[in-house]
Design a protein around this ligand. Structure first.
Ligand code: ADP
Length: 267
């Protein structure tokens, strides 16, 4: 069975700094029972945004990190042997549908093809989840919402969402925050001073500018938070930046040396 996490309703809303109108769009989609798709690179705040909105809307949240082995049965549920008896165990999607929770499928394109088939009847106005194994046809409880994310940047033609699936979702584009947003986020998450965070964010943007040349992916806000956290704990800047913002991006020795030169130029 696939691992998933549940955050109960009534949890405190985790900190999320809005970049634009995404909170309003999400709340309106929820109020109108529309599914939402979040597009954007890894580590730019999508998961945090969903946790924040689920808490604000007072809905429990089921999060499933999708991977290439994840099947529809992992989401829906299966019969399991328990003490000599065969019992049906709901998967996270079925639980969310029954409880009127939000179900967040992170990196949905990674999942197996049969997952999309399950999502279609849930994302149109029928809002039903057919469970073939038990013969049930579940109608989604009020409050249920399907949220999915994917990273269009991976540019893997085999792993992209088909238009017939994409066009079932209200979609929001996420990107790395502008410096005036990223600085307060990193300060808040790491406890490092604003002055020092500003330099880190400047460096992050220089590294992001190298995407497509030396680097496949730009440095994420998550990694900037890691670097700032290590520095706030007393680690020298260069060591923290190497461990949290350079090593995770590349394995190429020459590229690493080039990136370290950028660090010296910024600090
Ligand atoms: P994603 O789901 O896009 O991979 P996350 O939501 O896990 O990324 O974001 C990574 C980290 O970046 C979060 O744990 C949080 O510390 C920080 N973060 C990014 N954007 C924001 C934001 N707008 N408000 C608050 N924290 C943010």
């Amino acid at each position: 069975m696939n691992a998933f996490s549940k955050i109960g309703e009534g949890a405190d809303a985790p900190f999320y700094l809005a970049q634009g109108h995404e909170c309003d769009v999400f709340a309106a989609a929820h109020a109108n029972t529309l599914p939402v798709l979040l597009k954007g690179p890894t580590g730019c705040g999508k998961t945090r945004f969903v946790s924040h909105m689920a808490a604000r809307l007072g809905r429990p949240l089921y999060t499933v990190a999708c991977h290439d082995d994840l099947s529809a049965a992992d989401l829906i549920g299966r019969y399991l042997l328990k003490g000599g008896e065969t019992v049906w165990v709901d998967g996270p999607l079925t639980r969310a549908v029954r409880e009127g929770a939000i179900c967040y499928l992170d990196e949905v394109v990674e999942a197996r093809k049969d997952v999309t088939v399950v999502l279609h009847p849930l994302t149109d106005d029928r809002r039903i989840l057919p469970i073939d194994r038990t013969g049930e046809e579940l109608e989604a409880a009020p409050g249920f919402m399907l949220v999915a994310s994917y990273n269009p940047g991976y540019q893997n033609i085999l792993k992209t969402l088909k238009p017939s699936t994409r066009q079932r979702f209200v979609s929001l584009q996420f990107d790395f925050p502008r410096p005036e947003h990223e600085v307060p986020v990193v300060v808040r998450e790491s406890g490092l001073s604003e002055e020092r965070v500003k330099s880190l964010v400047r460096l992050a943007n220089k590294l992001r500018a190298l995407k497509g040349q030396d680097l496949e992916e730009g440095v994420s806000t998550r990694l900037v938070v890691y670097a700032a956290t290590l520095i706030a704990q007393g680690m020298p800047v260069e060591r923290a930046v190497l461990a949290a913002m350079i090593e995770p991006l590349t394995d190429d020795g020459d590229v690493k040396c080039g990136l370290l030169d950028l660090v010296t130029a910024v600090f």
